[in-house]
Design a binder for this molecule. Structure first.
Ligand code: SF4
Length: 168
């Protein structure tokens, strides 16, 4: 135990500190200001997977870790579309998921917006168009903003959220 503690003291803190990332700090300040101004300090996102490979969701999960910690900017992922302002859709729109995505969207109270995440919803990813695929999502629902990437990194997603907030 003593040996372990000595080693920890010698190595110091190894985790990166976001406070030293000047670029992301600048983006985050603007996000916080815009969320406060346009959403009274709280923007709720309902994430819907319309047929993804799960890499986009994994990158999104990182937004809730102690490094990116999106909640401190007032952006929350919620479980119910009834509590959401924005629907964040990832994955290629599949035949099976199309009615469920539409149903979830209908349950979001107005005003509401759709952000698409990754190349799949725009039919720009590696998948071919088949009978089982009904992408792009814009054929079915009005998309306000698209975040590109396969998958987009957490920083790209944060920048995408800022671009959305600037747009509306
Ligand atoms: S955009 Fe790429 S990473 Fe995201 S769900 Fe599609 S294939 Fe997977």
């Amino acid at each position: 135990m003593i040996k372990f503690l000595n080693r920890r003291l010698k190595l110091g803190i190894l985790t990166q500190n976001i406070e030293f990332d000047a670029e992301i700090k600048k983006i985050e300040k603007e996000i916080k200001d815009k969320v406060t101004k346009k959403f009274a300090g709280s923007l709720a996102i309902r994430m819907v997977d319309s047929g993804s490979c799960n890499a986009c969701e994994t990158e999104c999960n990182a937004l809730s870790n102690p490094y990116y910690n999106l909640e401190r900017l007032g952006i929350y992922f919620v479980a119910s579309p009834r509590h959401a302002d924005v629907m964040l859709i990832s994955g290629i729109m599949t035949f099976n998921m199309t009615p469920h995505v539409k149903e979830a969207y209908e349950q979001i109270p107005a005003p509401k917006w759709i952000i698409t995440l990754g190349d799949c919803p725009a039919m720009e990813s590696v998948f071919e168009k088949t009978y089982a695929i009904q992408a792009p999502i814009s054929d079915h629902l009005k998309v306000t903003h698209h975040i590109q990437g396969c998958p987009p990194s957490p920083q790209t997603i944060i920048q995408g959220l800022l671009d959305f907030l600037r747009k509306i």
